[in-house]
Design a protein around this ligand. Structure first.
Ligand code: F6R
Length: 240
């Protein structure tokens, strides 16, 4: 596991965007695993800049997002489908039919999970971008005594709903469930880029990278992967 610390967010975001650009240069039809939340916003901004200056193209790429809220239609302003369009997809040449997110609405979420896993098996992820939850979650794999391998529906922890309430008008509007890629699927990615920003994540990133490997800190399972790059800003990395 390689850890790189950055003095400022712009340098971190540029470095991360360059890793995606290099991947697409080597393999224009690469499969990219993407995340939502605050952490990747600056990275997506840099990727859009690179696309606009002609140094990156997504026309043959495929993307899979980690997760989606249960109960929010893709058009809902707080859905991750909407977030991805606003933050990235509307600004690059990725064919929208190649952009996959689990669907959080529909009568049969179980079969949605199965078909998402099937697509992932057919187009394995070359590089997976991850943020880190304050409780150690990756995707929406919350701390638990057991973790699931494949895509599944999960009950969100109260602390996760509270952390994400900043995007909603009030806490009650934050969905209680999400559909998420499992830790098994995440670990199948050829390479993983974990990005952690901010002082409030200093403790959990230390536990994830240097603590015991435990399902109670889902990100600690990344220690078992052969090709993980961790990018932290000074504040997040201060205990490492
Ligand atoms: C988002 C995701 C989550 C976030 C995590 C950190 O798709 O899977 O694991 O990466 O909750 O969120 P931020 O970046 O908002 O601190």
């Amino acid at each position: 596991m390689q850890v790189k610390t950055f003095d400022n967010t712009t340098e971190l975001d540029t470095f991360a965007a360059q890793l995606f650009a290099e991947k697409l240069k080597d393999k224009p039809n690469a499969t990219l695993g993407l995340a939502t939340g605050s952490t990747p916003v600056g990275i997506y901004g840099k990727i859009i800049e690179m696309y606009k200056n002609g140094s990156i193209s997504f026309k043959d790429a495929t993307t899979f997002n980690l997760d989606e809220y249960v109960g929010l239609a893709p058009e809902h302003e707080q859905s991750y489908a909407h977030f991805m369009k606003e933050q990235l997809f509307n600004h690059i040449d990725l064919p929208l039919q190649n952009a996959h997110l689990p669907k959080g609405i529909g009568a049969d979420l179980k079969s949605e999970c199965t078909s998402y896993d099937q697509m992932l098996a057919e187009q394995p992820i070359d590089i997976q971008l991850l943020g880190l939850g304050l409780n150690g979650h990756i995707g929406f794999n919350e701390p638990d005594q057991e973790l699931q391998g494949g895509t599944h529906v999960v009950e969100l922890e109260e602390s996760t709903r509270e952390a994400n309430a900043r995007f909603f008008d009030k806490l009650e509007e934050v969905p209680t469930q999400a559909i998420t890629m499992g830790v098994g699927s995440i670990l199948k990615a050829d390479s993983i880029l974990l990005v952690v920003k901010g002082a409030d994540k200093a403790g959990i990133v230390k536990q994830a990278l240097q603590g015991p490997i435990t399902t109670e800190v889902p990100a600690s399972l990344l220690q078992t992967h052969k090709n993980v790059i961790v990018l932290v800003d000074r504040e997040a990395g201060r205990l490492l």
